[in-house]
Structures are given as C-alpha cells and as structure tokens.
Write a new protein. Structure first.
Length: 314
C-alpha cells in the first residue's frame, strides 16, 4: 500500500488577477479570522471606495488594525497594500463594466419579491457566479487535472446532496467517451471503492463547502492508496482542498435562501464542463466517435420525425 500523502495546501497565485480579486475574497471568507472578515466585508460592500482608502483608514472602517489589513492581503495572495488598492480599483471597474447602469439586485429572495424580481435575482447571481468562477479558475491546475483524468486507469467521483448531481453529470460525460468512471454518493460505498484504487487512478470529490465528511473521508482514503486526488470546491483552504493534490475552485456567491445552492451547482457544472472538454480534446477523434456511437444508441428510442406539412389555404 502506498504511504499516506501529506495534506496539501492549495497553491495560490502571488497576485490574483483583477478579475479574480473579489472572487478570491469571497472564497476565502469562511476561513478568515473574524477581524479579517470585517476587512473583507468593507471591501466587498464597495470595492471602489475601499480602493481610495489608506491602510489605516481601511483598518478604522473595519474596526481593526493595520496589521490585520496586511494579514488580509496575504490571505488573498496579495503581498502589499498598494497592490490591493490597484486590484480593487480594477475589480470595481470590471464590475461596473459588466453591470453597466442596470440596478444590481439584492443578494437574496425576499417574501415580497414578485416573480419577475425572483427571475432577475436568480439569473444575475448565476451569471456572476459563472463569470467569477471563470476568472478565478487556475488554468495550470485545470490542465494538470485534465492530464490526470485523461490518463487514468479509472476515475472515482464522490459527492453527496446537490454535489452528487454534479458528480453524476461528470460521470455520465466521461463514460460516454469511453473512460472507466464511477460515481459514489454513499459514504460506505465510496470507502469500499477506494480500496481498489492505486497509482494511476484518479479520485475526484465535489463539495461546495469542502467540509462535508462524507466526501472528505473517501478522498483522503483514495490519497492513502496513492491515487491522484482532485477537489472541486468553493473554499480553497477547506479540509477537502487541503486533502487534494489538485484543487479546482468555483466562486459562487452563496445566499441564505435556497437559490444559493442552485448558484453553487451551476458554477460546479461549468467547471466540470471545462474539465470534460479538456479530457475529450486529448483524444479528439476517439471521443468524437464515442459521442456519435452513444448518441445513435438511444436515437431509435425517439419517435421518428414527421415530415413537415406544407401549409395550404382552406
């Protein structure tokens, strides 16, 4: 049996791109100390205004110290305060360009919202989750995940609840292009499956919070067996992320209402699509042929198309 791999601390870029700065702050919120979170709250409430504040003024606004502001900078991968101000100014300009003059919906659904307002809020939150996730996705890590999955003997996917639907989507996609893929949504079944893994195999776990024990434990067990482990999560310093060789992150803005779970799932599905298309591209001709074959396998289950009738005047 391969030795247990040491927990992995996900690598963060030295300087996040301006487009990914706010997404990274949101992703790091769950793991921040309370004083750092107050700084984050001030920054996220009005990035443009925060960019104009001196470091001491931002500390006062957040009711904390200059030292805490500097720790906040390091937490999100920025080395000094002037760079934070530049990143916030660029991020604010990007958000303004994306939103234009349209009013920004509040973050959650209220009891008095009209159906039209509910649609506006859900679509806005989902679009921004996709944009933020794309901006914050580490392309180098994605490429390494693609290589690992494309060359794996087998791929075991773990997820429960809403994340299980995402895992099932990836399983179905990989299976259609001829990869030996499995989806496990039960903890005992997942742990049993990991006993058969080893070097050359891939284990991929999906968890928005990165703290779901039913998902974390199987990934850690797969790591003990020597499999390459991949985490898909919204929290880059979560237990799941620390347990994985490769971490793919989403940037979904959770809300207290259940629409938040929908937003996180949409972002996860987008990352899964990026991973799958990258894998399929590695064996383009084989994958294309497999997709055509699997499509034809169910095509006969569909009713034949009726010829269109030419409209006639009565």
């Amino acid at each position: 049996m391969a030795g247990r791999k040491p927990p992995r601390t996900p690598a963060r870029p030295e300087q996040p791109s301006p487009a990914g700065t706010l997404a990274r702050i949101r992703a790091e919120l769950p793991s921040m100390a309370p004083s750092e979170r107050r700084v984050a709250d001030v920054v996220l409430a009005d990035p443009a205004q925060a960019a104009e504040l001196s470091i001491s003024a931002l500390g006062e606004r957040a009711e904390t110290s200059v030292a805490t502001v500097m720790r906040f900078c390091r937490t999100i991968g920025i080395t000094n305060y002037p760079q934070l101000r530049l990143a916030l100014a660029a991020a604010a300009a990007r958000e303004h360009a994306l939103d234009g003059d349209r009013p920004i919906p509040s973050t959650d659904i209220s009891a008095t919202d009209t159906l039209s307002e509910i649609v506006d809020k859900i679509i806005y939150n989902e679009v921004r989750a996709l944009e933020d996730s794309g901006a914050g996705l580490d392309i180098d890590v994605l490429g390494r995940a693609v290589d690992a999955v494309a060359g794996a003997r087998r791929i075991d996917i773990f997820g429960v609840g809403a994340s299980a639907f995402v895992g099932q989507d990836l399983h179905q996609k990989l299976h259609r292009i001829g990869h030996m893929a499995f989806i496990w949504t039960d903890r005992h079944a997942a742990l049993t499956a990991t006993a058969l893994l080893g070097p050359g195999d891939v284990a991929l776990a999906v968890s928005h919070s990165g703290e779901t024990e039913d998902t974390v434990e199987p990934l850690q067990a797969a790591a003990e067996r020597g499999a390459t482990t991949i985490a898909l999560t919204n929290v880059p310093r979560s237990t799941l992320a620390r347990s994985a060789d490769l971490v793919l992150t989403t940037s979904a803005r959770e809300t207290p209402f259940r629409s938040g779970a929908t937003v996180s799932r949409i972002a996860q599905l987008a990352v899964v699509d990026c991973l799958f298309v990258g894998v399929a591209q590695r064996g383009f001709d084989t994958a294309t042929a497999a997709l055509h074959q699997t499509y034809r396998a169910v095509q006969r289950r569909r009713p034949p198309q009726q010829p269109r009738r030419t409209p006639t005047a009565d």
